[in-house]
Design a protein around this ligand. Structure first.
Ligand code: FES
Ligand SMILES: [Fe+2]
Length: 371
């Protein structure tokens, strides 16, 4: 089907495009939802600012005073561990003139200090010190604390939500802990982070993650290791699961036979779980045609020489797969920009995860129309 002329306001938000159809009848979402500049702001506001965002792991900030940064819906967010071992999240924005409290993950001993003019905040966000402010009238420090953000922790994974009254996180993730038992994600130790900048809309990357249909063509080596015939996708209200027994797991961290679990949590968070290993992926929109994907690697053992050798192989192997995915995703973005393409169809057997994601997207966009 050829695409129609794009409107300048909301691209192709027609009742037909927003309607959710069963997998076997459904078309894919229109190409403009991957290519129109207006979608970037809309996605940030209506999807990323209104969903739980997985942004890190408690073991990345193990000591009081440790903090990490994350981008959520275009906002810099700071999560820190206070002296009582509580995690707290704030906008990383000083109340004076918008300077940053931190510019990279790190540690502070007693207070958070703005990098611009040195305003000082306590770990609970209260403004404590304001240099050279003696003659300022009608100024009360109590009115200028850091703005807090909702935070919850599930299996050691830190999630934040920008809304004031979000749905309970545990309801969104219900069933995962039982499914992966006895694997406990909160016991995993952080090893390293790898960041990829990719020339495609964030939804292209997510679509690609959600199906094994491309495995034999894009990742022929990986396809040999996974039991492709038994590669199964299950969908739940807010997440989906792809799982597959792996055969000769020579290139995996785990050398035993076992099962790989690939969880996708709407809209942009992945948990890739093997025995002894957790890899999280976070997809962040940069603009309408670019995204950044952050891989964090966690393992049971991050110190012994044998473990470190396996970890090195695991990360190198993931990187190879990732380069194959990046190449195809960037080609798909070009295809979506082509005047020849607008919408396609789904393989019922292999693309139920993509259909599930795109149905949730439609639900998010229906809210825009109804607002
Ligand atoms: S912006 Fe933070 S002290 Fe000025
Ligand atoms: Fe892939």
């Amino acid at each position: 089907m050829r695409k129609r002329t794009q409107r300048n306001d909301l691209p192709d938000f027609t009742p037909e495009n927003l309607q959710i159809y069963p997998l076997d009848e459904s078309e894919t979402i229109p190409s403009s939802w991957y290519t129109h500049p207006a979608l970037h702001t809309l996605d940030q506001e209506w999807i990323f600012a209104r969903t739980w965002q997985g942004i890190g792991h408690v073991n990345k900030i193990p000591k009081p005073g440790d903090y990490l940064l994350a981008d959520v819906a275009g906002n810099s967010i700071l999560v820190m561990r206070d002296k009582a071992d509580q995690l707290r999240a704030f906008f990383n924005v000083c109340r004076h003139r918008g300077g940053p409290l931190a510019t990279a993950d790190g540690h502070c001993e007693h207070v958070l200090k703005c990098h611009y003019h040195g305003w000082v905040y306590k770990f609970d966000g209260q403004l404590r010190g304001v240099p050279e402010f003696n003659f300022v009238k009608l100024f009360d420090k109590q009115d200028y604390g850091l703005i807090p953000i909702r935070l919850d922790v599930w299996e050691g994974v830190i999630f934040v939500h920008l809304a004031d009254d979000p749905p309970p996180l545990k309801d969104i993730l219900t069933g995962i802990t039982e499914r992966i038992a006895p694997i406990r994600l909160e016991t995993k130790k952080f090893h390293s982070r790898v960041v990829y900048d990719i020339a495609c809309n964030w939804k292209v990357y997510v679509d690609n993650y959600l199906e094994g249909y491309h495995l034999p063509f894009v990742h022929p080596e990986l396809a040999k290791l996974l039991d492709y015939k038994n590669y199964i996708t299950e969908t739940y209200p807010y997440y989906s699961l792809q799982h597959s027994p792996f055969q000769q797991a020579a290139n995996f961290y785990s050398r035993e036979e076992g099962e790989a679990f690939y969880y996708f949590v709407y809209p942009n968070f992945m948990l890739n779980i093997l025995p002894g290993r957790l890899q999280t992926n976070r997809v962040i929109p940069v603009d309408h045609q670019r995204c950044r994907v952050i891989f964090d690697y966690f393992y049971d053992d991050v110190t012994s020489p044998e473990a470190l050798q396996l970890i090195e192989q695991d990360i190198a192997y993931s990187d190879e797969i990732q380069q194959e995915d990046i190449e195809i995703c960037e080609w798909v973005q070009r295809g979506l920009n082509s005047r020849a393409y607008d919408k396609g169809r789904f393989s019922v057997k292999r693309e139920s995860g993509v259909h599930h994601f795109q149905s949730l997207l439609k639900q998010s966009y229906q809210q825009v129309i109804n607002s």
